[in-house]
Design a protein around this ligand. Sequence first.
Ligand SMILES: NC(=O)c1ccc[n+]([C@@H]2O[C@H](COP(=O)([O-])OP(=O)(O)OC[C@H]3O[C@@H](n4cnc5c(N)ncnc54)[C@H](OP(=O)(O)O)[C@@H]3O)[C@@H](O)[C@H]2O)c1
Length: 357
Amino acid sequence: MTIPTLNVGVIGAGSWANLCHIPCLQAHPQVHVAAICSRNRERALQAARESGIPNVFTDYRELIACGEIDAVTVAAPNRAHLPIALEAFRAGKPVFCEKPLALSRADAARMEQAARLSGKHHQVAFLFRYLHGLRMLREMAASGEIGRIFYVRVEGGASGELMPGVPFGWRHDREEAGAGMLADVGSHYIDTIRVVAGEITACCAQAVTFPRSLEAADRSLHPVTTDDIASVLFETEGGVRGQFFTGRACPQRRYAEIELYGERGGLRCPLSRGEADRMEISLRGEPYRAVSLPEGQAEEPGRCMKAMMRRFADCCLGQAAKDDQDADFTDGLRAQTAIEAALRSAEERHWVAMESG
Ligand SMILES: NC(=O)c1ccc[n+]([C@@H]2O[C@H](COP(=O)([O-])OP(=O)(O)OC[C@H]3O[C@@H](n4cnc5c(N)ncnc54)[C@H](OP(=O)(O)O)[C@@H]3O)[C@@H](O)[C@H]2O)c1
């Protein structure tokens, strides 16, 4: 019996393609990363050389049209997600797309519709879902371990942005990124909140940009137009309230953390790519204590990236069925809806109800 192979084309050859998409796909015994695309040919060639990828493209349409390619992953900046995903679905190929799905809710809705109508597997890169600790937290919350949950708190934060010499990049430009930390890392937190506490129905946000201009590689100066820090209060459909904070211009927290408060106590776990993977419970006011995870569920740097890409390949190969670990374009649309509502709330300075559908 021949073992099927999935030939994947990776679109984007930047830091995330090289850290996550390419190596994690190549770790799957039945995946062949057959092509890579970047508009700058040198960049694509370098990634191809370093990872042993045989075909190089500078136009994503040509990669998608290539008969040898069975599935596509999108690791290009946010603005490029929509045209690439729509083209791939038109060509009948499964798509793995980076978060945030799009620049706006309207764009995300077009992508989600195309994904559904294509009948092909579609997935979005919300990788915290693959944490063993978060899975255990979801199960314990759902089984009523701490009683009714009334509050969720997510605390993030990363340093570096205000260091001298930070170059201007697409994440600083609202036209390219859609939003700053709200989209970049906030999208992960929104997805995590949704899976533990249900759909977000309304929010009230503050988004702060430190006024400054940064120098691009060609030495031209550009104003930063995306949020450096965002804090968001929210409510979910089940009446849970909560808050999340995300910032790139603040002292580094080792790991982000999600914490749930219920009638009888709290549950919490770090949010990492697998290097911090544990969870804790506090009951009746006692200090937090670790909950043992099943054997084999160990901490491992980068494990969630590998698990996420393996699931994409297995689902494309028909060897696994999508389950609630795997975020899809509908989840991407829901996160985009919350990002857009938070941006509007911050601009208009009041609570905003989520658009439905
Ligand atoms: N899931 C996660 O935890 C996670 C973590 C990091 C990043 N990401 C996401 O991954 C995406 C990429 O981020 P990054 O940090 O890797 O960015 P990056 O380092 O700037 O790389 C982006 C790559 O895309 C290429 N590109 C841009 N426009 C393109 C187009 N129209 N067609 C083909 N290639 C194009 C760029 O090269 P050219 O300019 O030569 O085209 C570059 O190779 C973003 O959406 C980001 O949010 C997700």
